[in-house]
Structure formats: structure tokens, C-alpha cells
Design a protein around this ligand. Sequence first.
Ligand code: APR
Length: 227
Amino acid sequence: MKKVVVLTGAGISAESGLKTFRDSNGLWEEHRIEDVASPEGWYRNKELVLDFYNQRRKQLLACNPNRAHFALAELEQMYDVSIITQNVDNLHEAGGSTHVVHLHGELLKARSTEYEELIYDWQKDMVIGDTCERGAQLRPHIVWFGEAVPKMDEAIPLVRQADIFIVIGTSMVVYPAAGLINYTSYETPKWLIDPNDMPLPRIPNLKFINEKATVGVDYLVKLLLQE
Ligand code: APR
């Protein structure tokens, strides 16, 4: 089976009702990103950060995958598909995709502030006093700005092996994720799907589908399933 590797960003979940980041003037749901998505913000005001992610979790639980998420799951009928997502939502899994690497963490998980390997499924609100089994405070399992992105170690080899590489709904400005496309090989066909005009990376064999995810991904998946 040919390997398809897909890099997704906030744009693929926009039509499910989740706002993208850079369309909101540097704010994330009316909050400054540095207040709610950085270690400094956490040390300054843990309640604010917990409350923010409690709201994000509730919002996510009311959302459903859209046609783009479902189409990527359908691609598994004929391809070995790996999805590398910058999104912290679970909409790829809810849409049926079976191999998803979450570069920036997962909203529906909690992790220990002391023992990084202690990670738990988490759907309810999180409060000060919620602790891991070894007694340390829990925090959202999210990679904040300034933190390491350990899943890059999993993502880079996947991209290197890609026979087809697809990028959907990301402004490609946040590193290291944005640099993943540079690990594709010269001859690998690459597709970029985004409804807005954007500076295209100077990469060989790249085609731009200038459409929203629901339209563009549906089109591309149909095309790939016909091959
Ligand atoms: N379908 C596809 N793409 C869309 C749609 C849509 N319906 N609507 C908007 N987009 C595109 C925008 O044109 C933009 O290129 O999605 C992209 C969203 O870009 P960002 O808001 O920058 O999101 P993303 O690239 O995922 O951000 C990367 O930055 O804030 C951090 O950690 C956070 O994972 C996030 C990272």
C-alpha cells in the first residue's frame, strides 16, 4: 500500500465550528495566546488556564467531524494513511482515522505537571487539586509555546517515507511543524489545501487546491481513490 502522510492545522476543523488561530487577531477565543498557552501563563494564573481549557473541552464535545475528516478516513480503504495534526481536537479520530499523531497535544487528555509520562483521558472540568496517581497537579496535555514538541520524533520518519504528502488548513508559520514538508523527497507529489491565498513553500511537485477543507479534501480523496 502506498503511504499517504497528511499534515493538518486548525483550518480542517473550522467547518466543524472551531475557530482558527490566525484569523482571530492573535487571540484565541478572546484570550491572549501567551496568557493561556505558555508555561509563563500557567505559573501566573493556573485557574485562568484551567478554566480556558475547560471551556475548550466543552466546546469540542459539542462539535462533530466534517466531510474533510471523514474523507481522510475513507482514504484508508486504499492507502496506508498517517495523519500528523497540529490540532488538539479529536475530530480525526471521531471521523474514523486510525493513525493520528498529535504534535501539539490533546484537549481530551490530562497530564501530570511532575511526571510527564503520566497521561490520562480527561473529559470533565479540571480544577486545582486534580492530581496524578503520584499526587502532582494535573495540567492540560497541550504543548504550549516555548515547550518541546516530542512527537516530532515520530512525525519526521513518517514524512520521509511518504509517497504522497498532503497539507490541509495550516498557515505553516508555527515551527517545528511547518518545517515537516522539507523532509519529503523531491519526487513525492505534494498537495496543499487552503481557501485563502498564501505564500506557497518553494517545494517541487506541489499543487495548490484553493478550496475549503470540506470541498478540497473531498475532491482530492476521490481523485486518489480512483488511481
Ligand atoms: N478549510 C481549510 N483551511 C481553512 C479553512 C477551511 N474551512 N478556514 C481557514 N483555513 C486556513 C486558513 O487560511 C489558514 O491558512 O487554515 C489555516 C489556519 O491557520 P492557523 O490559524 O495559523 O492555524 P494552524 O496553522 O493550525 O496553527 C498552528 O499555532 O497557535 C498555534 O499551536 C497552535 O497548532 C496551532 C499552531
